[in-house]
Design a protein around this ligand. Structure first.
Ligand code: SAH
Length: 256
């Protein structure tokens, strides 16, 4: 009998932020296919025997999406209950949409299990609400992975600069200089607050703040590395008003 695939969001990494359903499915699964994004604590809590890493391989190469797709179908066809565990929410820049389509095309039963996306929780744990009555009435989630100088870039930074709302950039550490330049050229104020949140809710979470003009230097000085969220807009300034009082387990202001 064909098994079933669960496309499960792990949340940003703190095991307490797994949904009750995600936790139950992980416990009951025959196989958990994952990459590194769910973080060391969640992955460390899953028995090695049922984990399969489809992220970076030992030789540094990335496992191809084709391989992951094929493996999901193969495991389900062999009758397994499979959890495809993805960081944050499976359908936010996680290629979950492609995997769902592939499963549907192969007539494999599957279910989507939402997770808390780092696009909202990342800024939040740093004291940055993605919307705010006084500062932002819209929020845009955007990939920072594309090179904005390329003609075929699918991201229109000029249009994004004009929204006046919050911009949350995922996969945006490496190309930070390119899109901050693009936003400045499009007329966004150089003193627009920007925050970088690395490994949000992981034990070694790191937050760095600056402005559109200074954030590249801040990134280098503070050695911010992926995975990190970039949050751009007036809301980023609220961190300084609330951070000292925030009590998330992983807030840097927390004594824990
Ligand atoms: N599906 C995921 C996003 C996958 S894209 C989600 O909903 O969160 C990968 C990008 O997500 C990373 O480059 C980084 O920008 C962001 N990301 C995921 N987890 C993160 C975390 N714990 N802290 C900071 N950024 C994170």
């Amino acid at each position: 009998m064909t098994g079933k695939v669960y496309l499960v969001g792990s949340g940003p990494g703190d095991p307490d932020l797994l949904t009750v359903k995600a936790k139950r499915l992980i416990d009951e699964a025959d196989v958990v296919l994952h990459d590194k994004l769910p973080g060391p604590e969640i992955l460390g809590s899953i028995p090695e025997a049922k984990r399969e890493d489809v992220g970076k391989r030992a030789d540094g190469e990335r496992t191809s999406q084709e391989y992951t797709n094929r493996r999901l179908v193969e495991l389900a066809e062999a009758g397994n209950t499979v959890v495809r565990l993805k960081g944050g929410d499976p359908f936010v820049f996680g290629r979950g949409g492609e995997e769902a389509e592939h499963l549907a095309a192969n007539e494999i039963p599957f279910e989507y299990v939402p997770g808390i996306t780092s696009a909202v929780a990342g800024p939040g744990v740093a004291g940055v609400p993605v919307t705010h009555r006084d500062h932002a009435s819209s929020v845009t989630f955007v990939t920072g992975h594309e090179d904005p100088t390329k003609d075929e870039s699918a991201v229109d930074w000029e249009a994004l600069a004009a929204t006046g709302g919050t911009l949350v950039v995922l996969m945006g550490v490496g190309k930070l200089p390119m899109y901050t330049d693009a936003l400045l050229s499009a007329g966004m104020a150089p003193d627009t607050p920007v925050a970088l949140v690395e490994r949000a809710t992981w034990p070694d979470q790191q937050v760095a703040v600056g402005t559109l003009e200074t954030i590249v230097d801040v990134r280098d000085e503070e050695s911010i590395e992926p995975p990190a969220i970039t949050v751009i807009g007036g809301v980023a300034a609220s961190r300084e008003r609330v951070a000292a009082f925030l009590r998330n387990g992983r807030n840097p202001a927390d004594e824990r």
